[in-house]
Design a protein around this ligand. Structure first.
Ligand code: UDP
Ligand code: MG
Length: 337
């Protein structure tokens, strides 16, 4: 039995990935601390993961961690991306309840009591569901909505629509999540997959407080492909369906050509033939591409590299009887191992 087993856990961990968020951090910390101090006095930890920022984010986080006992700042070795930074935070946090939110205050921390109240009805996961997305472009809303609808059709587990990573989870869900080894991590889907009782908490999403979204179209597309390929093998089946359909068409065309010949004519046209060859070629390459997408992912998964590399962890030295001391031992393991 390790020391860890005796260490009390804090009641609440708040996990926040931060990437170039210097402009929002002071306000985030102010609002978050007010909420946590009100509802979990001396019984919470705030775990901020700096995902390889290039601005002043880390020096700010370090300053908070050095002065506020409840704050832990984790610096990753480079930019690993939102979902991995979040996974790092989930691995390192120790709370009985874990709240995940974005740094940009699009998810208001003041909803914490409502999350807790829903959880108390007997759920393991309470996820924020956006009823309104202020300050986001029509394009972002349209693509997000199309994405969730497509995902819904492809995927076996139901992944609730219009949810982000803003959610409150029980310790057992976080433990299950941490046991999932995959590298391509679509966190909200993985949490849905875990099951137990999960329920939505509708809320209005505020505009980003400052700075810019880190999800330009390019990242949104790769995020969407990650989500589809991690949760569905349907695109692979697409190849056989397409093959069947085209085979059927080919036979029909053949029947037509033979019938025309029997009636004394021949079907003319090399241009239609050229078009058909081009279409077939492109369909074959498309299907190869889908195969490649899965194969590449299998290759990367098979390397079994660590999900993230921690450069530094900062927290104020605290007494052993402090409820957040459990974190220390866990962090020591991560740093030494
Ligand atoms: N983020 C991160 N690593 C990245 C990109 C984003 O940790 O490579 C964090 C970011 O700091 C924020 C959250 O992920 O806390 C969501 O990012 P953002 O607000 O830019 O996305 P959006 O809300 O526009 O989808
Ligand atoms: Mg945001």
């Amino acid at each position: 039995m390790t020391d860890d087993d005796f260490a009390p856990r804090p009641g609440l961990s708040v996990v926040i990935p931060c990437y170039n968020e210097e402009a929002v951090l002071p306000e985030l910390i102010r609002r978050l601390r007010a909420v946590c101090d009100a509802h979990f006095p001396d019984d919470h930890e705030i775990l901020l993961v700096d995902d390889g920022s290039s601005d002043a984010t880390w020096s700010l986080l370090r300053g908070y961690a050095d002065s506020v006992p409840a704050i832990t700042a984790v610096n990753l070795a480079r930019n690993h991306g939102h979902q991995l930074a979040l996974s790092a935070g989930l691995q390192l946090c120790t709370g009985d309840l874990v709240l995940v939110m974005d740094a940009d205050l699009q998810d208001p921390p003041e909803l914490l009591p409502q999350f807790i109240a829903k959880m108390a009805e007997g759920y393991d996961v309470v996820y924020g569901q956006r009823t309104r997305r202020a300050g986001e472009t029509l394009f972002k809303r349209a693509t997000a909505s199309a994405f969730y609808r497509l995902l819904d059709r492809l995927v076996d587990v139901s992944i609730p629509r219009d949810t982000g990573d803003f959610r409150l989870m029980s310790r057992r869900v976080v433990d299950q999540f941490n046991a999932m080894p995959e590298r391509f991590r679509f966190v909200r889907g993985m949490v849905s997959w875990i099951g137990f009782g999960q329920v939505a908490l509708p809320y209005e999403r505020d505009p980003r407080l400052a700075g810019q979204s880190h999800y330009p179209l390019r990242k949104m597309i790769s995020f969407a492909i990650d989500a589809m390929t991690s949760f569905s093998t349907m695109p692979l089946r697409f190849a056989s369906h397409l093959g069947l359909a085209l085979g059927g068409l080919g036979i029909a065309a053949l029947v037509w050509v033979i019938a025309a010949y029997a009636m004394g004519g021949t079907v003319a046209g090399w241009s239609s033939l050229a078009a058909l060859i081009l279409i077939m070629g492109s369909v074959q390459l498309l299907v190869l591409g889908i195969l490649g997408e899965y194969l590449g992912r299998m290759y990367i998964e098979s390397k079994q590299r660590p999900l993230f590399i921690v450069r530094e962890i900062r927290r104020k030295a605290i007494a052993r009887d402090n409820p957040v001391h459990a974190l220390n031992d866990k962090l020591k393991q991560v740093i030494n191992g």
